[in-house]
Design a protein around this ligand. Sequence first.
Ligand code: 7TS
Length: 399
Amino acid sequence: MKVYLDNNATTIVDPQVKAVMDPFFVEKYGNPNSLHAYAGETHPHLKTAMEKIYAGLHAPKEDLVVITSCATESNNWVLKSIYFEYILTGRKNHIIVSEVEHPSVMATAKFIESMGCRVTYLPINHEGLIEAQSVRDNITSKTALVSIMWANNETGAIFPVEEIGQICEDNRVLFHTDAVQAIGKLPVDVQSFPVDYLTFSAHKFHGPKGVGGLYIKKGRELMPLLHGGSQMGGYRSGTLNVAGIVGMGKAMEQAIDSLDYEMEDVKEMRDAFEDELLKIKDTFVVTPRENRTPNTTLISFRGIEGESMLWDMNRAGIGASTGSACASEDLEANSVMEAIGADDDLAHTAIRFSLSRYTTQEEMDYTLDVVKKAVKRLRAISSSYAYAPEGHESGLSAH
Ligand code: 7TS
């Protein structure tokens, strides 16, 4: 049996999404910005897709949604734009990010730090959560931007973006949120709380890879990313990725339509799976379920190297991960586990299972069986587990 449980890394393209994209390669290939009938064949489809994207975010018409190539691009763009508009000009000198942002925010923050910007990296607490108060405590009159993700890709932890957005507005500080792991898993409405910039990416919600976006509230400053033509209002030039945008529009529409299923049925499957895993001795989940996206569980198995577990699962046809694919080529401990303060031994044992609306109960039953066997096998040959004192405290609680 083949089971895909790495949906936080990427998702299968929904066949209906693929179907709406297909005509835009061979049949309708006109550049939508041209002035002939070929353009006329593509332009209306782009418009409809953009309407679906606006509707999915509840973005009012006067706000801007710029299509990018991925979330990494959107995140880079916001931070570098802030650097050019606010830091380099001397208007402000400081930004705040969390210490568990995706590498596309983290590495960009480090980059602008090397260029002279002061950066505060907010810690997470022992449950893997950000406390809004810590944002309030660190804002100064020189803070230009707060960038805190909506939901963490490793743990699924949901951060209090509504409260943080309000704190930012009260202090006249811009607020950006990376909502990559929120779309399709949580209700997302840019009008329900103060948010100035919001990042998303189609391949995380059953759309194609290579297309994402950045929402920008009306009137917020943003340096054009790619200078050139007039596409995307001049903010990001380059011939538009018509098939990708059309696909993302459809995927966004479906993500909204299947939100209830995701929040109820997928969650139920995830919870039942997690309950069973937590019955195994010395297993730990950090973030409480009520503060987590419905599809994710990051679970530690004391005494088992994460990569060994992945190997056993992979041989049984199951794809999961030890954390973000962006950092999976090294054998470092899971960064979120480290940020929580888990001991080094435990930080190496975390496995992320991320489900989707395509996941079936049969697949989860099969996975449970494989994992249970792998735990037995790997603990039997694990020196660290054998030597762990009985009742060894992890500092983490099971939920
Ligand atoms: N932001 C978050 C929160 C993410 O989870 C990811 C990808 C990105 C940005 C980057 O998205 P992209 O559109 O540029 O690809 N996260 C993961 C992950 O957790 N495992 O592999 C990729």
